[in-house]
Design a protein. Structure first.
Length: 320
C-alpha cells in the first residue's frame, strides 16, 4: 500500500504565511477605509487650492499694502501702520460712500425680500402651466450683469427710453433717471431689483415647497385665515431660508460694481459712488493703491459683519 495522500487544509494553518495574509488584508482594509473617508477631500483639493490662491492670495497682499503708502506714481513704498486707515476713514468721500453702500443694500435687499416672498407664494400654487411660469421668472438670472445694465441704460434714456415713453403715455413728467442727483440711486435700486428678485424668489420657493403640510392642514381645520397661516406658521418655518437668502443678497449687494459703472459711473457727482466703486476709482484712476486696499478691507469687514448677524439669526432660529 502506498503512503496516504495529505490533504491541504481548507484554512491556512497559523504560521508565517497566514500571518502575512492577515496583515495584508488588514492593510488593504485600512487603505480602502482611508480612501473612502478622504476621497471627497482629494477630489475637491485641486479646486480649493486654485480658489484659495486666486482669492486669499490677493486679499492677503491687499491687506499688507493697506498698512503702507503704496502709490503707483511713487518710487518707494514704506510701512506706515494705521496711518492710511486714519486718512481713509476720516475722508468725507469714504464716509459718504459707506453711507450710500448701506442705503443701496438695505433698500434693494429689503424690497427684493418682500417682492421675492410674494412671487414665491404665487409660484408655489399648484395651477396649470406653473412650471412654464417658474421658468420664465428665472430668465433675468440668465442675463449677465453687464448686459442687464446696458439694457437698463437704454430703458432709462431720456430721449428714446421706454421708461419715459410709458410715462408720457400716462401723461406723467419724463424724468432724467441717470442724470438727476435724486434719481440716480433709485435707478440703480430698480435695476438691481429686476435682476435679483428672481434669485430671491427661487430660494424662497424651494423653502416653501419643502415645508411640512401637517401644520398648515391643522391651521385650516382650526379656521385660521390665510394671513394667520402665513404669519404664524409659514414665516416661522421659513426663517432659516430667509436668513440664508438675506446673507447671500447682502454680501452680493455690497460688491455691486457693473451696474454702477455702466449706468451712472458713480455720478452725477458722487451720489451713486459706493465704497466698492470708490476703491476702483482711487486705485486705478488716482493710483493710490494703499487707499484702495484700505477700502477693500473695509468692504470685506462690512460683508463679514453682515454674515455674522445672519448666522447669529440662523442659530437662534435653530435653537428655537
Amino acid at each position: 500500500m502506498g503512503m496516504p495522500m495529505q490533504r491541504t487544509p481548507a484554512f491556512p494553518l497559523p504560521g508565517k504565511e497566514g500571518q502575512w495574509s492577515s496583515q495584508h488584508s488588514a492593510w488593504r482594509a485600512r487603505a480602502v477605509q482611508f480612501l473612502d473617508q478622504r476621497i471627497f477631500v482629494l477630489l475637491v483639493l485641486p479646486a480649493f487650492l486654485v480658489l484659495f490662491l486666486t482669492t486669499a492670495g490677493p486679499f492677503l497682499g491687499g491687506l499688507w499694502f493697506s498698512f503702507t503708502n503704496f502709490n503707483l506714481g511713487a518710487k518707494e513704498t514704506q510701512f506706515v501702520g494705521l496711518q492710511t486707515y486714519r486718512f481713509v476713514l476720516t475722508n468725507p468721500s469714504t464716509q459718504n460712500a459707506i453711507f450710500r453702500s448701506f442705503y443701496l443694500v438695505f433698500a434693494a435687499v429689503g424690497l427684493e425680500m418682500v417682492l421675492g416672498m410674494g412671487l414665491a407664494l404665487l409660484l408655489a400654487r399648484p395651477i396649470r402651466g406653473i412650471h412654464l411660469v417658474r421658468t420664465a421668472v428665472l430668465l433675468p438670472l440668465m442675463t449677465t450683469p453687464a448686459v442687464a445694465a446696458m439694457a437698463w441704460r437704454m430703458l432709462f434714456n431720456t430721449r428714446f427710453g421706454y421708461v419715459n415713453y410709458f410715462l408720457g403715455l400716462l401723461r406723467l413728467p419724463q424724468l432724467d433717471w441717470l442724470g438727476s442727483p435724486s434719481l440716480g440711486m433709485p435707478a440703480l435700486i430698480l435695476a438691481d431689483i429686476w435682476a435679483t428678485t428672481p434669485f430671491v424668489a427661487s430660494l424662497l420657493l424651494a423653502g416653501l415647497l419643502s415645508l411640512p403640510e401637517e401644520p398648515l392642514e391643522a391651521a385650516v381645520v382650526d379656521g385660521a385665515s390665510a394671513w394667520q397661516q402665513f404669519w404664524h406658521i409659514t414665516l416661522p418655518l421659513l426663517r432659516p431660508v430667509l436668513a440664508l437668502t438675506v446673507m447671500f443678497r447682502v454680501t452680493d449687494a455690497f460688491r455691486k460694481f457693473e451696474s454702477v459703472l455702466i449706468l451712472t459711473g458713480g455720478g452725477p457727482g458722487e451720489v451713486t459712488t459706493i465704497i466698492n466703486f470708490l476703491a476702483y476709482n482711487v486705485g486705478f484712476y488716482f493710483l493710490r493703491m494703499a487707499d484702495a486696499c484700505v477700502m477693500a478691507v473695509i468692504l470685506v469687514l462690512l460683508m463679514l459683519i453682515a454674515v455674522f448677524f445672519c448666522l447669529k439669526w440662523l442659530q437662534q432660529n435653530e435653537a428655537a
